[in-house]
Design a protein around this ligand. Structure first.
Ligand code: TV1
Ligand code: CA
Ligand code: ZN
Length: 394
């Protein structure tokens, strides 16, 4: 039950929709929804399904999704197929964020089954939030969710519908205060924007700011998430940003995450926590330039779990897909309190060929690499974040 001390079991609900695995962003796109099916394959082959409830969800309905989208954008997204997109040039120029999958390197292609895809991943996050709201489970998981860049009126950064905003809104029906934490390597700008002036939701994003080997001001998507951005109105000091430089490793990340989150938990006292577990903050990611191991990443999950507050775990980014699946499988084990029990050798399960590069081990080797986060820089960002949290006290 939610009152168990740390270390003991939690009731975990795990939401999986196999229909998402077939979604294709385009041949060369870095976002590969199949990674969620790979995660599921690992979770099943490690026997983790025996210890939790596996739930198939129905796609979110149009009315449910309508709550977080403008009317125009909802209608557009619902009716949009590669064919209608091609035919309607008048509409097309109004939706700059979306483009056809044939175009070169576009973040948000108009793909077949787009609405169905959005409804499915949003349906999972919504159902997971409801399981926490009704008290059916202590931890709910939807690895296909976590699309933190989507806004009410437009798609951005591979995200079309912000399932996190939907889940947070649902949680507010039961819980007076909800905390959102985002360990994806990118800034959680969409979620931040939805709740910037809301006093009941606090958003915290840890992210990379600036590129490796370049000046501090070189663009790393989405370019926002400055420590100075703290929210506004009722939500003032309920937005927290922790911008870090390339090369961040386990030790450095923990030296920021633990003291900052300890303070946030103590001062904001959330009744529920949503953790976006974007796995692009792992070492060797195709987009992110952090150097976290799976254990380092999962320590964030374990740390927030230790507070015994209803916890929603969502996916997000992650572009080296064998790493992503290994990470989210391990974090499923962490949710169950079983991380010490799962062997490092990846079981035979039909997808094992994906793990050749990591020697068929769950915990792949992380190279020693330099970090641009000097001790001075670390002290500064920690101090600035803690100073912002303290303002909540006043
Ligand atoms: C198609 C094919 C699209 C190959 C996109 C990397 C591609 C990228 C592609 C890519 C890519 C981005 C920008 C530039 C904004 C654009 C799920 C000024 C090899 C949560 C989203 C990153 C991250 C978007 C999403 C970013 C998440 N980087 N290859 N696109 N314009 N877009 O920089 O936070 O992980 O890279
Ligand atoms: Ca983040
Ligand atoms: Zn990301």
């Amino acid at each position: 039950s939610p009152s168990c001390p740390d270390g003991s079991k939690r009731r975990v609900c795990y939401y999986y929709d196999a229909g998402i695995a077939n979604v294709d962003y385009g041949a060369h796109h870095v976002m590969v929804p199949r990674r969620v099916a790979m995660t599921h394959g690992l979770v099943a082959s490690y026997g983790l399904l025996r210890d939790m409830e596996l739930l198939r969800t129905r796609p979110a309905t149009q009315d449910e999704i309508a709550y977080i989208l403008t009317d125009d954008y909802l209608r557009l997204l619902r009716d949009l197929t590669p064919d209608t997109y091609r035919a309607d040039s008048a509409r097309r120029h109004k939706i700059g964020a979306l483009s056809l999958s044939g175009d070169e390197r576009n973040d948000n292609p108009v793909i077949d089954g787009l609405w169905d895809y959005c409804a499915r991943y949003a349906g999972g996050s919504l159902a997971a939030a409801r399981a926490l709201g009704t008290g059916t489970s202590d931890i709910a998981i939807n690895w296909s969710g976590g699309m933190h860049h989507a806004c009410s009126g437009e798609a951005s950064g591979f995200c079309y519908v912000n399932d996190i905003a939907l889940a947070l809104t649902e949680l507010l029906a039961t819980f007076p205060r909800v905390l959102y934490v985002d360990i994806d390597v990118h800034h959680g700008d969409g979620v931040e924007k939805y709740f910037a002036s809301d006093g009941k939701v606090m958003t915290v994003s840890f992210h990379q700011f600036g590129r490796a080997g370049k000046g501090d001001d070189t663009f790393f998507f989405p370019g926002t998430g400055n420590a100075k951005d703290v929210g506004e109105g009722e939500g003032k000091y309920r937005t927290l940003n922790v911008p870090m430089k390339a090369g961040m490793d386990d030790t450095g990340y923990k030296e920021l995450f633990v003291p900052i989150m300890r303070e946030v938990m103590e001062v904001f006292r959330p009744d529920a926590v949503v953790l976006q577990c974007g796995a692009d903050s792992l070492s060797g990611d195709r987009l992110g330039e952090f150097n976290l191991s799976i254990r380092g990443h999962a320590e964030c999950v374990a740390y927030l779990r230790s507070f015994n507050v209803p916890l929603l775990l969502l996916g997000g980014g992650g572009y080296t897909i064998n790493h992503v699946a290994s990470c989210w499988c391990y974090e499923t084990a962490v949710a169950l309190g079983k991380e010490k029990e799962i062997p490092d050798d990846i079981p035979h399960h039909g997808y094992e060929h994906y793990y050749k590069d990591q020697g068929y081990k769950l915990h792949y080797a992380v190279p020693k690499a330099g970090t641009k986060n000097t001790k001075d820089h670390m002290d500064n960002i920690r101090k600035e974040a803690l100073k912002n949290v303290e303002k909540l006290h006043e």
